[in-house]
Design a protein around this ligand. Structure first.
Ligand code: FAD
Length: 299
């Protein structure tokens, strides 16, 4: 990672950036599982750092070969680029005692922002809370607050409803529990139809959720991603987008369609009051760079 950021620093706590005047832009990365993935991540961060995101976040891959690497990647990004960084933390494998130790470790490494999550269930099975651990994200949030950790805390939410929750009103009520337990902001699952976001925000406000809700956007960059979006996450691909993708004859055309769609999406989200955009980068820079440059140019 190169340290090219002599530019204005973002606030260290994401909640402070969200109180500012401009939109908040963030990039999500995942920690590498192999030397090849590590090189790709390093290159991507180097390529994206000049876009000066408000913050970057690093996912928790608990249960995989990258388990435990989140803290290291977050601390390294902070130290080497000066960017504000957030660690994701899931309930998947850790007991309360382990969680307490991990939170202390994050704090001691200078991490100020944590996205508190339950984590996905294992393939094909229900989520089983670890022994003496947590079954839902709101329990983790409450634990973090009760233990006196002073992190700026985020949580996840789902404009189309979480895949395990058949009732969207109940899903909103569950998101509200998370906020009541102490999250400062929410980041949404990706979506490709803005109506889901605007409708979700309206319902959340009606339910008394007042924290900022940052929309998560991921440009479609190849057709193989689509079954994962739809089957595993319950994310809809609008017919108009699907038809445009099906007409593509090359991977480059698919990429262009995905970038143009996401650019239009982001412009409308910001024009209609979204507090920023969280980009799911998949550890690659080109699509995020093109979309962010386009929306900044037109702002
Ligand atoms: P929860 O808020 O606990 O919700 C899980 C389900 O339980 C929902 O259906 C909810 O409606 C329901 N529920 C919640 N509380 C209750 C309750 N008290 N009683 C009954 N039902 C309840 N996964 C990773 O493994 N690592 C990551 O780094 C990661 N980062 C993510 C970042 C973002 C922005 C998003 C949107 C998702 C991320 N995920 C990550 C995926 C996430 O872990 C999954 O979507 C997971 O299935 C749900 O996590 P959650 O924190 O929203 O869970």
């Amino acid at each position: 990672m190169t340290s090219q950021l002599s530019l204005t620093r973002s606030p260290r706590r994401i909640v402070d950036a969200l109180r500012g005047t401009g939109p908040v832009f963030s990039f999500e990365f995942f920690p590498p599982k192999s030397p090849g993935e590590a090189r790709l991540l390093e290159r991507t961060i180097t390529e994206l750092v000049d876009l000066r995101p408000t913050f970057v976040s690093v996912t928790d891959r608990a249960g995989s070969a990258a388990q435990g690497l989140t803290r290291e990647v977050v601390a390294r990004i902070g130290a080497e680029t000066g960017l504000t960084a957030m660690a994701h933390l899931t309930c998947r494998v850790h007991s309360r005692d382990e969680m307490r130790a991990m939170l202390a470790d994050l704090r001691d490494a200078g991490v100020e922002n944590v996205l508190a999550l339950r984590g996905d269930p294992p393939p094909g099975g229900p989520f089983v809370p670890p022994v003496d651990g947590f079954g839902y994200a709101d329990q983790l949030v409450r634990f973090i607050r009760e233990e006196g950790f002073d992190f700026c805390l985020g949580g996840a939410c789902y404009p189309e409803g979480h895949i395990e929750c058949a009732d969207r009103a109940e899903d909103i009520a569950n998101a509200k529990h998370k906020v009541e337990a102490g999250v400062d902001f929410l980041i949404t699952q990706l979506f490709h139809e803005n109506a889901y976001y605007f409708d979700f925000v309206a319902r959340a406000r009606e339910a008394g959720i007042t924290v900022p809700i940052i929309p998560g956007v991921m440009p479609v960059t190849n057709l193989k991603q689509i079954p994962r979006f739809t089957r595993e996450w319950g994310v809809t691909i609008p017919t108009r987008l699907l038809l445009a993708l099906e007409r593509c004859e090359t991977d480059a055309e698919v990429f262009d369609v995905g970038v143009r769609w996401a650019t239009t999406q982001c412009r409308e989200l910001l024009a209609r009051g979204a507090p920023g955009i969280h980009f799911y980068t998949l550890n690659r820079s080109p699509a995020t760079r093109l979309v962010l440059e386009a929306i900044r140019t037109s702002a």
